[in-house]
Ligand binder design. Structure first.
Ligand code: TRP
Length: 446
């Protein structure tokens, strides 16, 4: 047997995989990203498009990525080459570089979250909006942001260096239940606010059908769906490669995607009542990137000691969600280096972490740069999603077939998934990609 295959770690159980994959999916995207994109004017149309994209487009992409990793039993860098030949090495390179790009600013936002958490815990919340903006300004610049960025990376690196089972799986197993409990409690609390109903309506029912045609809303919905599910850049390829032979990929994908979308919607059910109860709707749309870090402390700041406790719980939640995602972002390049150059885990982890730290400095020093990084990486995710479905649907369709076990999923589901991967996903994602690219370039040129 190939020694590399026999050395490959495996998840200890199905639950271990699901929690790790949900841990990767549920993160800043659901909390910070959702609030930030939903506040850019798309309203309920954005939410609807996002959910549709998850159901129609992202589920087959999810299965395709897992199938690619599980079939190749290789890291994301090497898997496309192993199945499709050297012509496909650029896809492996995309899988290697894009997570590094995302992690470089992801850990900066983790730093903001940690700062806000400690500030709420030790000093309390801002008195009003201007104080909150000032506070966000101090969190997102200067030496404290570099400290947050580096500490978050070190923490992520320590977990990843312990390995798949002892690091990633263990941390997600203990953190995910805590996350769900905090999320649940916050959702109930937000539902008791005076502006709760108005918040739900704005978020879920205020349709402006013209928004469905707005390129920015379309870009936001595609970005949100891919980013939130950790799709398009090989995360699920890596996680799939640690699955056992018997796994039922469609069922796992469906489970992870539903949980992630549920968390995204719950985050909306928390943030929107807060925005509307404390009259923050206008302030969020003009400070998009910092929306979460400005409006939540402002809103809760006017709710006394209970508000402060909720803020501590909320930013603790943000950080827990983020760390189980950042480990997945680091795992992909790390396992690729291990596979390709036979580096040991520790060496790969610290090499990548140092590189990511340096790459993240511009984002740490300037929130606009961070926004640009985020937009570019999101376009890469969509492009990656296109390539993955094209690859599995057209280049190596037999491999996809062999990973969708008809005896487990039934003939209809198997047929549906293969059809979608081949005929529906590539053109739909290509459409989403072109609109997003056009919208991004338009924004830059204007
Ligand atoms: N999905 C995570 C979130 O919502 C972030 C993330 C982790 C990610 N791994 C990814 C995004 C891979 C894109 C690709 O915060």
């Amino acid at each position: 047997m190939d020694s590399k295959i026999s050395q490959r770690e495996q998840w200890t159980s199905k639950l271990g995989f699901i929690l790790a994959a949900v841990g990767s999916a549920v993160g800043l995207g659901n909390l910070w990203g959702f609030a930030y994109r939903a506040s850019q004017g798309g309203g309920a149309a954005f939410v609807l498009l996002y959910v549709l994209i998850v159901l129609i487009v992202c589920l087959p992409v999810f299965v395709a990525e897992l199938a690619l990793g599980k079939n190749a039993m290789a890291s994301s860098l090497l898997a496309p080459v192993k199945l499709g030949g050297t012509n496909w090495s650029p896809l492996g390179v995309l899988f290697f570089l894009a997570p590094i790009g995302i992690l470089s600013y992801y850990s900066v936002i983790m730093g903001w979250a940690a700062d806000t958490f400690f500030h709420s815990l030790l000093f309390g919340l801002p008195k009003d909006l201007s104080e909150a903006k000032e506070f966000f300004g101090s969190v997102s610049s200067g030496s404290s942001v570099l400290l947050g960025h580096s500490l978050s990376l070190v923490l992520t690196a320590l977990i990843v260096s312990s390995g798949v089972k002892r690091g990633i799986e263990k941390i997600t197993k203990s953190f995910m239940p805590i996350l769900f409990i905090i999320l649940f409690m916050l959702t109930i609390w937000a539902g008791s606010l005076s502006g709760a109903w108005e918040g739900y309506q704005t978020f879920l029912f205020k349709f402006d059908f013209d928004q469905l045609k707005n390129p920015t809303t379309i870009r936001n919905a595609f970005s949100q769906a891919f980013f939130s599910l950790s799709l398009g850049i090989g995360i699920m390829v890596a996680y799939g490669s640690y699955l056992s032979k018997k796994s039922n990929l469609p069922k796992l994908s469906f489970g992870v995607a539903s949980l992630d979308t549920l968390v995204g919607l719950m985050a909306g059910l928390i943030t929107f009542p807060i925005f509307l109860t404390f009259g923050l709707s206008d302030s969020i749309s003009d400070s998009t990137i910092g929306a979460l870090f400005i409006s939540i402390p402002t809103g809760l700041g006017s709710a006394g000691i209970l508000g402060r406790i909720v803020a501590i719980a909320f930013f603790g939640l943000v950080y827990i969600a983020a760390i189980t995602s950042s480990v997945s972002l680091l795992e992909v390049p790390v396992s690729s280096l291990m596979d390709k150059f036979r580096f040991d885990r520790n060496k790969s982890v610290w090499l990548v972490a140092i590189f990511v730290f340096i790459l993240g400095i511009p984002s740490a020093l300037d929130t606009n740069t961070l926004g640009t990084f985020d937009s570019v990486c999101n376009i890469l995710l969509i492009f990656g999603g296109f390539l993955v479905t094209f690859f599995m649907g057209w280049v190596v369709p037999k491999k996809l077939d062999s990973e969708i076990d008809v005896s487990k999923v039934g003939v209809k589901t198997a047929r549906y998934l293969k059809f979608m991967t081949k005929w529906i996903c590539p053109p739909l994602i290509a459409f989403g990609f072109l609109i997003s690219l056009f919208d991004l370039l338009k924004g830059w040129l204007s």
